[in-house]
Design a binder for this molecule. Structure first.
Ligand code: SF4
Length: 484
């Protein structure tokens, strides 16, 4: 299976991060919704994590398990395939998004269905499955409450765990009122009333669905079992009620054994929803006559993962268990939300996983490694100890290398000139004197409001201090003559 880089079809043509972030930051309602939600989740998470005395030990164990599995990924994937097949399932390998979507569409048609119910699945968001199925005349109904809100609102998810985090209750009520068939007249924005309306809307779909589509949080190689953790029970309905179940799973989700799973089931709920355990943990192994789906298909998705695996620094991103803890502590994410990242993977993890899956050739992807202050809060909370700041710096290096291959690179020319000046004390002294003399151009305020190109970007959102009347070197030479 070879996939140099993957694609995320529904996100093609997104603006670069700074342009998208500018729009998001200007939306005060969005900022208020995000601040309220992320602060509430992170405070609860801190309490849940503090309950465990060996959190750091668990974290290091999870890191070691994931690193071992990634180092022997071929072995564990083949073992998973053999055991899924032995249990009556079918395994399909998809190198990219289009191939994965085509496999799912064919399986749905083979099942004689024209619609599917879905449990929240980031892999299918990545492949743009809903849009691909729609083009094939197949409807896809999202059954996770937040995903349903996003789908009805013709919107995109903006958080890994809480895809509709950017919506408040009043906005959700309006979406339900305008988009949900049979919504009760006089629906209020009370959370119970909103959940009740969604439940009634989804129930009939669950009972009549012929095909369910899921992702998986983990895939256990030793028995060929899949695991989905969730809070609402919709996932369990999707994986048990339809006659055909199709699970689209990234190849990095495999774990060697059930013993390994134990570590992750302790880390994931506390990191994501601040719960001691998930309300629903569904596991299944192939098919069982008379119990659950009659047909089970596992689509194993590469879509750029093997290329990420080839990068010694970047591959740690494949440890991610999509808990979203890094989003909730990120000062950048809290202000711009998820849409600005132009990918189903927002926040700090999105800033490193998306450029690895898609490459850094487009302006949008090349801008993502810079969508961070490098404060390190994401690394501190990550339950699998992904050093996101180190990966960001590494990816910035890749972006610079890519730029170097261009015929004309202004930044490179400027940096070369700066290096020439800084290599010589005499040249540096002359440059400092010239800079001090240029003060007259900036008036008496001591601030520069607009720098000329190529430095214009610096003063777009801030002033720059004018050069001092005298450099440190000049001051030292003047005041320490005797010390020579
Ligand atoms: S990078 Fe770490 S903190 Fe962020 S979603 Fe993944 S596992 Fe969670």
């Amino acid at each position: 299976m070879t996939a140099p880089h993957g694609s995320m079809p529904t996100y093609i043509g997104m603006p670069s991060f700074p342009a998208a972030a500018r729009t998001a930051v200007a939306d005060s309602q969005l900022r208020a919704n995000l601040t309220h939600a992320t602060h509430a989740i992170r405070a609860k998470r801190a309490g849940a994590v503090a309950e465990l005395s060996d959190w750091e030990g668990l974290r290091q164990a999870a890191k070691a398990i994931k690193d071992h599995t990634l180092a022997h990924l071929d072995t564990y994937l083949l073992r998973l395939e053999a055991n899924v097949t032995r249990a009556g399932g079918h395994v399909h390998w998809a190198s990219g998004a289009a191939e994965a979507n085509a496999i799912v569409a064919r399986l749905v048609r083979d099942a004689g269905a024209d619609g599917v119910v879905k449990v929240k699945s980031m892999a299918t968001q990545e492949t743009g499955l809903n849009e691909a199925l729609a083009a094939d005349g197949i409807g896809a109904l999202e059954t996770d409450l937040a995903e349903l809100i996003v789908q009805l609102g013709h919107d995109r998810p903006s958080h890994i765990l809480v895809p509709a985090i950017h919506r408040n209750r009043a906005e959700i009520r309006e979406i339900f009122r305008s988009q949900m068939p049979g919504v009760p007249a006089g629906l209020t924005d009370d959370p119970q009333a909103l959940a009740g309306a969604a439940r009634a809307h989804l129930r009939q779909a669950f009972l009549s669905a012929q095909v369910g589509v899921s992702g998986a949080n983990f895939a256990i190689a030793e028995t060929g079992s899949l695991v989905v953790v969730e809070s609402e029970g919709n996932g369990r309905m999707c994986v048990t009620l339809p006659r055909t179940l199709i699970s689209v799973v990234g190849i990095e989700k495999v774990l060697p054994s059930w013993r390994d799973l134990e570590v992750f089931l302790a880390l994931l709920p506390r990191s994501s929803t601040a719960e001691r355990m998930n309300p629903y943990t569904s596991t299944w192994t192939g098919i069982t006559p008379g119990d659950g789906p009659e047909n089970f298909h596992l689509v194993l998705l590469d879509n750029g993962r093997t290329s990420a695996l080839a990068d010694p620094t970047g591959r740690q991103a494949l440890r991610c268990i999509r808990c979203s803890a890094c989003l909730n502590v990120c000062p950048v994410y809290q202000r711009v939300g998820g849409h600005a990242y132009g990918s189903p993977y927002p926040g700090p993890i999105g800033a490193i996983i998306t450029p690895q899956l898609r490459g850094v050739t487009s302006p949008a992807d090349a801008s993502l490694p810079y969508a961070s202050t490098l404060c390190g809060a994401c690394y501190e909370v990550c339950p699998v100890a992904i050093n996101i700041p180190a990966a960001l710096v590494h990816l910035r290096g890749e972006v610079v290398e890519k730029k170097r291959s261009k015929a004309f690179d202004l930044e490179r020319i400027v940096m070369r000139q700066a290096a020439w000046v800084l290599r010589s004390g005499r040249r540096l002294g002359l440059a400092q004197r010239a800079a001090s003399a240029s003060r007259v151009l900036f008036g008496r305020s001591g601030r520069i409001r607009r720098l000329p190109p190529p430095l214009t970007g610096w003063t777009k959102t801030r002033d720059a201090p004018a050069p001092p009347p005298e450099s440190f070197r000049a001051w030292w030479a003047r005041t320490h003559k005797d010390a020579k």
